[in-house]
Write a protein that binds this ligand. Structure first.
Ligand SMILES: NC(=O)c1ccc[n+]([C@@H]2O[C@H](COP(=O)([O-])OP(=O)(O)OC[C@H]3O[C@@H](n4cnc5c(N)ncnc54)[C@H](OP(=O)(O)O)[C@@H]3O)[C@@H](O)[C@H]2O)c1
Length: 419
């Protein structure tokens, strides 16, 4: 019997929770806890009629370690699934250590306040030493490695689609298709259309910070940083068609560079339409993406938070979004002394996701892997203690679970490669 505490009840969490409820033989008891309890109550009520999982709800401010500790001690879960925001990763990890419970999340730590001088000093040193300037990186959570190992606990980091499934695809390629991998290109294509001139598919604040940052990639043992959106390629995606994609910095590049032996280059590309890019540039130019508070009519407001309040809630995009996503990896390398290329990817249909769980495919492709990662930890199929990313575990049972719960993979042994 498993008891799981899910923290967060937004777009991604609501998919993960619905998927957990489809496997009630494993997820027998679930507590949904978030800042706004009403959202948890409404989801719990909707699900209680159609699942055997026993659902309770709670209010928690996960920025406050003591509140999380109190909640964990009260509920006594086997696993805490952090599906709130990356800002809460460290407080929730601290609480898990204090209460001796396993932890997982879907995105690596970044601070809410990037002007915090204590964080800024560490960040600036890291930018210089590592050579990329994104606000997020693994160092904060990798610092917990020894503590989790000593406590005999597991922290599974970044178990969404990208990061997450893309790393399992890398582990799968290394296990079954290659002796050595030379290059990895991760391609994230959203061919969906929601009909709005501008909206983000997941939390706007986190999303806009990610895509407005300089791009970077890993090559021959070091980072190469480039101005935002300055490398563009066109790619013909299976089931979607031709799309423009741009090179971004992305968190899994950092862990894959450590865990895929002798890899020479790792890049990440994401597709964007012209309307999205024009809106983003304009918002950036007028200061609306800033995280620094400004005084407005006697009240302090953070521009990007105000923008979030104006933009459509990603959780409401599902009904309007049509089209497909195609996310996966292309590899070059060697097998039995011969050069080869290979790709593995998933295609997901926005409307099919909406019919099943009431969400668009971005939340679906993140929530399903989160649930499958939890399944791996609870079933003991993944049982390494310490702090780990997805590619460090056996990909086979995870990919099997993804196929079963709605994200089957496709393979191509002669894919188009990206120049
Ligand atoms: N790996 C991937 O492929 C991938 C892809 C997309 C997203 N993600 C990650 O998935 C996570 C969730 O994204 P989302 O789009 O679902 O975001 P979202 O819709 O904004 O939901 C965030 C949830 O966290 C709650 N929350 C925020 N601060 C909190 C706090 N201090 N204490 C307790 N709860 C708090 C929010 O509560 P309120 O309702 O009160 O706001 C909301 O329920 C993010 O970390 C995002 O980066 C990962």
């Amino acid at each position: 019997m498993s008891r799981v505490l899910v923290i967060g009840c937004g777009g991604v969490a609501s998919v993960a929770i619905q998927k957990c409820c489809q496997a009630s033989e494993v997820f027998q008891e679930l507590c949904i806890a978030s800042r706004t309890k009403a959202k948890c109550d409404s989801l719990a009520e909707k699900l209680s009629k159609k699942t055997k999982t026993r659902i309770t709800t709670a209010q928690v401010d996960a920025d406050d370690v003591q509140q999380v500790i109190h909640l964990i001690n009260d509920y006594k879960p086997d696993l805490v699934m952090n599906i709130a925001l990356p800002y809460q990763d460290l407080t929730i990890m601290d609480a898990c250590l204090a209460c001796k419970v396993n932890y997982m999340d879907t995105a690596n730590y970044e601070p809410e306040d990037t002007d915090d001088p204590e964080w800024r000093a560490v960040y600036e040193k890291r930018c210089q030493e590592k050579g990329f300037s994104a606000y997020f990186d693994y160092s904060w959570q990798w610092n917990y490695r020894e503590k989790f190992e000593k406590a005999g606990l597991t922290a599974l980091l970044g178990c969404g689609f990208d990061p997450g499934v893309t790393q399992a695809y890398c582990a799968y390629a290394l296990k079954h298709e290659f002796d050595t991998i030379d290059t990895i290109d991760i391609l994230d294509c959203n061919g969906g259309d929601h009909g709005y001139p501008f909206a983000t598919n997941f939390n706007p604040e986190v999303n806009l910070r990610e895509v407005s940052a300089p791009g970077s990639y890993w090559e021959n043992g070091h980072w190469v940083e480039i101005p935002p959106m300055s490398i563009r390629r066109e790619y013909d995606f299976d089931s979607v068609g031709k799309k423009d994609m741009y090179l971004l910095h992305h968190e899994e590049i950092e862990s894959l560079a450590e865990n895929i032996p002798d890899v020479q280059r790792i890049r990440f590309f994401m597709t964007f339409g012209q309307s999205y890019l024009t809106h983003m540039k304009c918002l950036e130019n007028v200061g609306m993406l800033s995280t620094t508070p400004v005084l407005f009519e006697g009240k302090e407001i953070v521009p990007i938070k105000f923008l979030k309040a104006l933009l459509p809630d990603p959780a409401t995009l599902g009904e309007r979004t049509h089209g497909k996503t195609n996310i996966g990896c292309i590899f070059t390398g060697k097998k039995d002394g011969r050069k080869k290329i290979y790709s593995i990817y998933n295609v997901c249909d926005h409307q099919e996701c909406y019919q099943e769980v009431g969400s668009q495919a971005i939340s679906y492709t993140t929530g399903v892997p989160a649930m499958c990662g939890a399944l791996m930890l609870l079933s003991g199929k993944w049982n390494m203690t310490g702090v780990h990313t997805v590619e460090e575990f056996d990909p086979d049972p995870f990919l099997e679970a993804l196929c079963q719960y709605g994200l089957p993979y496709r393979e191509n042994h002669s894919p188009e490669i990206v120049d």
